[in-house]
Ligand binder design. Sequence first.
Ligand SMILES: Cc1cc2nc3c(=O)[nH]c(=O)nc-3n(C[C@H](O)[C@H](O)[C@H](O)COP(=O)(O)OP(=O)(O)OC[C@H]3O[C@@H](n4cnc5c(N)ncnc54)[C@H](O)[C@@H]3O)c2cc1C
Length: 197
Amino acid sequence: MFWTPGVHGIFSIPGLEIEGSNTRYFSIASIHDENTIKFATRIPEDCSQFKKHLAQLKEGDEIDMEGPYGEFNFQDDSTPVIMIAGGVGITPVRALFKELEKGNDRIVKLIYSTGGQHLFKDELSAVAAANDKIGIDFVGGREELAAKLEEYADEMKNEAYYFISGPPGMVRTVMNLLEDRYINEGRIIAESFIGYE
Ligand SMILES: Cc1cc2nc3c(=O)[nH]c(=O)nc-3n(C[C@H](O)[C@H](O)[C@H](O)COP(=O)(O)OP(=O)(O)OC[C@H]3O[C@@H](n4cnc5c(N)ncnc54)[C@H](O)[C@@H]3O)c2cc1C
């Protein structure tokens, strides 16, 4: 199968019968060239039945994927891009960074905010280190995120595209921040991880 960076699939475990929905959306964190479909998720101790079963899968077990779907992808090769990822919302961004690794001439700024571990930190940092147009701010919370975003939005204004990925609450907060900075809706591309708070 073929997929473009930034898409997601709808995953289900064959034969799994649980209360509620037995499918989950996961963004594909890998690109087609890697020849592997990679996704990442948060599995807390007190997790859903779906994730309990997901965590128990062993190498060789099967999982179904419907899709790919979505359009969380670059619009062109030159317009600057400001990416804002919250927590596990980094997954489609990892795919976009793998694409940038193949060649990039645009300015790219990533603000990656999480209260926990910065997933894919080494891989993302390696892509940024190899291209002086790419910069990453690893931040620890919403205030730090807001400060960085305001700085970049004031500098780039409507000359950049703004990619937002993360839990719905975080996506809404960032959209409001951009609205306050007079960034046009058409400049904002958002992936809201419905299912998280
Ligand atoms: C486009 C998109 C991309 C996403 N990418 C990722 C990703 O890369 N990594 C990641 O961890 N999460 C991702 N999510 C969220 C993911 O699908 C799950 O909702 C989330 O991980 C929480 O699942 P859970 O089993 O822990 O929560 P639960 O507690 O089981 O679910 C929380 C609530 O959401 C509802 N819900 C969850 N999934 C569905 C569904 N498919 N259909 C209907 N209702 C549902 C549940 O019924 C419950 O009310 C994505 C969501 C979307 C929409």
